[in-house]
Design a protein around this ligand. Structure first.
Ligand SMILES: [Zn+2]
Length: 244
């Protein structure tokens, strides 16, 4: 399984970069996990859009869905040119029906509902979900194939259920949007130390930090994670291939 970070910023993109998105690949199947601001431009460095096999969305905040509309335009143009053959399936929860309905567009993209309690069979993966703690309903995701697992926490405050959900994951992609001093002040996100604690308690084999703040001394977030996690940890590097 290969994971390529496409966008690593929370809330809004840093200059010339993108908010949340990861490309995950296995056996030639390519899935985009979240599709935030700047993602459509960035992801084309790694895959032709028509070769995307699926999209999975964690929640309906703009930094996770901002580029869905332009992805739909790309699919529409691709279909008109007959370069794009089948509708692109976009998986997301339907707790917000108004947002969910927008995922289906002119027959070129089709929204399909995912549920926390159900495992999704998606290409080579089994994908399971865990509700997070966030101002809007949001799902963490676990991709499993060939005995390997990659977990994306999506957006969340500290939630102890995520420990079991992330247990012995080969790669844990955890949000670390907060500096320690902002815990309790900014809601709905984890700090570096909490991401580290999650990885340590779950015995995750490798930790990537994402959904990063554009302000402050970013190195503090990494140091905070390292103070709680004894394994390998780094900021998710845009365009780097992480193989598990
Ligand atoms: Zn969010």
């Amino acid at each position: 399984m290969r994971v390529i970070p496409i966008g690593i910023w929370g809330g809004y993109p840093n200059k010339n970069e993108a908010t949340s998105a990861f490309l995950i690949e296995q056996d030639g199947f390519r899935c985009l996990v979240d599709c935030g601001s700047g993602v459509l431009a960035a992801v084309q460095n790694y895959v032709e859009l028509r070769n995307l096999d699926a999209v999975v969305i964690s929640h309906y905040h703009p930094d996770h869905i901002a580029d869905i509309g332009v992805l739909q335009h790309a699919a529409m143009v691709g279909m008109q040119l007959k370069e794009w053959n089948t509708p692109l399936i976009i998986y997301a929860h339907d707790k917000d029906l108004e947002e969910f309905k927008k995922l289906s567009y002119k027959g070129v993209t089709e929204g399909r509902a995912i549920r926390a309690a159900e495992t999704l069979e998606l290409g080579p993966w089994q994908v399971s979900f865990c509700e997070t703690i966030h101002p809007v309903y949001c799902l963490a995701m676990k991709f499993t194939a060939d005995g390997k697992t990659v977990v994306f926490t999506a957006d969340t405050s500290w939630k102890k259920e995520l420990i079991d959900f992330s247990r012995e994951s080969d790669l844990l992609v955890a949000e670390a949007n907060l500096y320690e001093k902002h815990l309790g002040i900014i809601q709905g996100h984890m700090s570096g130390s909490q991401a580290g604690k999650l990885a340590e308690l779950a015995s995750a084999k490798q930790l990537l930090l994402t959904h990063l703040p554009q302000y402050g001394e970013l190195e503090e977030v990494l140091e905070a994670a390292k103070s709680r996690y004894t394994g390998q940890v780094e900021f998710a590097v845009i365009g780097k291939t992480y193989e598990v």
